[in-house]
Ligand binder design. Structure first.
Ligand SMILES: [Zn+2]
Length: 257
């Protein structure tokens, strides 16, 4: 894995959509491609950021994949998947992965994400997987990284179903404003998938090696556990998309969730 450590129109309105349509055409909300312009993509290991990353490259962007390591229980397997995916889709315009360190165990304490208690299971609500301050921590560090390198935009793979208070249009609008005020910069925080559902993104990425993506809270070695909240969401997404799920799960299943 090649790893380093470490433009969209300025007057466009990436956060203007308040309520997505019921049946969005995939990526209808993507900014129109422009000539030039660099964008960093926050990689989570999952399908959404993986598909977003390649879509931006296809649109002519130079894309800098960025992974922020919080020290959470699934990150070793997740980061390995990010590396495998990027290696499998290598192409011009896709830059080496950069990894930033931002450990949160001293802040979170004995939290389920750091191994302090069982992870939310397949029956839990989406709200159960909220990580306190996740996006403010992620975006602040990543945006400073971008601003110091003259990268025009920072892209996140947030979907329409994201229920968290730190994923709203208002949150990103205000955070973008504060970051640019703090750094006297012009970075844009963009969420091109904000009107998409999981199944829309899976269909969009049907020709990509999605088996190399990862979304599990409690991996068994390098396998998805098959039993956690994120595994259930992943399985539902593939099923709704009508796309074969090639993910190797540690658990065997008696029924489709
Ligand atoms: Zn899992």
């Amino acid at each position: 894995m090649d790893v380093t450590r470490g433009g969209f129109p300025a007057d466009a309105a990436p956060f203007s959509r308040n309520s997505p349509p019921d049946t969005p055409a995939v990526f209808d909300t993507m900014p129109e491609p422009t000539s030039g312009g660099d964008v960093a993509v926050l990689m989570s290991g999952g399908v959404d950021s993986a598909v977003l990353c390649i879509d931006l490259v296809t649109r002519g962007k130079r894309v800098f994949p960025l992974y922020v390591r919080f020290g959470l229980r699934w990150e070793e397997a997740e980061l390995a998947s990010v590396g495998n995916f990027l290696q499998a889709v290598e192409r011009p315009g896709l830059m080496p992965l950069s990894i930033l360190e931002e450990p949160v165990a001293d802040v979170y304490g004995p939290h389920w994400s750091t191994g302090g208690s069982p992870v939310p299971d397949a029956e839990s609500d989406d709200e159960a997987v909220y990580l306190p301050g996740r996006n403010v921590l992620l975006v602040a560090k990543a945006a400073v990284w971008c601003l110091l390198r003259d990268i025009d935009a920072l892209a996140l793979g947030c979907l329409r179903s994201n229920p968290f208070p730190d994923s709203t249009p208002a949150f990103f609008r205000e955070l973008q404003s504060v970051l640019n005020m703090a750094m006297n910069g012009r970075i844009r925080l963009i969420r091109p998938l904000e009107a998409c559902r999981k199944e829309d993104v899976i269909r969009k990425g049907i020709d990509l090696p999605l088996r190399h993506t990862f979304s599990c809270l409690s991996p068994v070695g390098d396998l998805h556990c098959g039993l956690c909240n994120k595994c259930a969401e992943r399985r539902r997404g593939f099923r709704k998309a009508g796309v074969a799920d090639e993910t190797p799960y540690a658990a065997s299943f008696a029924a489709t969730p």
